[in-house]
Design a protein around this ligand. Structure first.
Ligand code: ZN
Length: 280
């Protein structure tokens, strides 16, 4: 499932082809992808608008729109499980799964492909309001070790579900949380408020290091779904230390990586490096 590095990779690769383009038409093949908006209203909102910027916020891809130089809302795309966004025809074997396509000037086409149909391609007149519930960006300047320390102590929850909570910190998902917690030797079920100051400082650094390294590798592709807009897999999956590695040796200590469920999410950890919290 695409997380911050995969979404960031998508944004960086589609941006040059999209900024300045005008939307000339739409083809909606799966209405639910529009998130409840009627197709006629969607058409009215987007056709004729110019794409002024392409940016990422958390796991959302934002295409800011304008008309006659005035802000005109945004398209907010969420890839969810299997979504993929690309410009122009690809020789993509999954093309029958395109759910929404926009015809642009200069003969270009923006396609949203989504095999499992959980993804969303929605118009919002108020992008900042649409995104207002989200927590800080983990690579943003407002996210410091001090902010993480204070916010972890304010929440009496298990660390992994908290890091997955997009209102707490925006952009992380299952893979990058498991990888970050292993690096700092913190068990996913530890209570957030029990982490030491040193552990929080290390966790802050690990989250940023893992995300930056994954962006550098254009994200992680461990199944056929995530591909860059150019149709290429990412390569960060080759750097995984625990995710998807149940039964394989921990690269730090050699103990077998375990898979278990935390907050309904499959979780990978080394129980020698990441000591389970004592029962209370
Ligand atoms: Zn270990």
């Amino acid at each position: 499932m695409p997380e911050l590095p995969e979404v960031e990779t998508t944004v960086r690769l589609i941006r040059p082809a999209l900024v300045g383009r005008t939307i000339q038409g739409e083809e909606v093949r799966w209405a639910r992808t529009l998130g409840g908006m009627r197709r006629a209203a969607f058409r009215k909102a987007v056709v004729g608008a110019r794409i002024s910027a392409v940016r990422r916020r958390a796991k959302h891809i934002l295409l800011d729109l304008e008309r006659d130089g005035v802000d005109a809302g945004a398209l907010a795309v969420h890839l969810r499980m299997t979504g993929r966004l690309y410009v122009d025809p690809s020789r993509e074997p999954l093309d029958p799964y395109v759910r929404v396509a926009l015809a642009l000037d200069r003969g270009r086409t923006l396609s949203f492909l989504d095999v499992r149909k959980f993804g969303r391609f929605v118009y919002t007149p108020d992008p900042e309001g649409f995104l207002a519930h989200l927590g800080p960006e983990p690579l943003g300047t407002e996210f410091t070790a001090q902010v993480l320390w204070e916010s972890l102590r304010a929440r009496r929850r298990m660390i992994k579900p908290l890091l997955l909570d997009q209102t707490f910190l925006a952009g992380l998902g299952n893979i990058y949380v498991d990888e970050s917690l292993h690096r700092v030797r913190v068990h996913p079920q530890r209570r957030a408020e029990t982490l030491t100051r040193a552990q929080v400082t290390a966790l802050h650094a690990a989250i940023q290091e893992v995300l930056l390294a994954a962006i550098e590798r254009q994200g992680s592709s461990f199944d056929k779904f995530y591909r860059t807009p150019e149709g290429q897999p990412g390569s960060y999956q080759h750097e995984f230390r625990v995710y998807g590695k149940a039964g394989q040796p921990c690269p730090v200590c050699g103990a077998p990586i375990r898979r278990f469920v935390v907050g309904q999410r499959g979780t990978h950890a080394c129980l020698r490096c990441q000591r389970p919290p004592r029962a209370r």
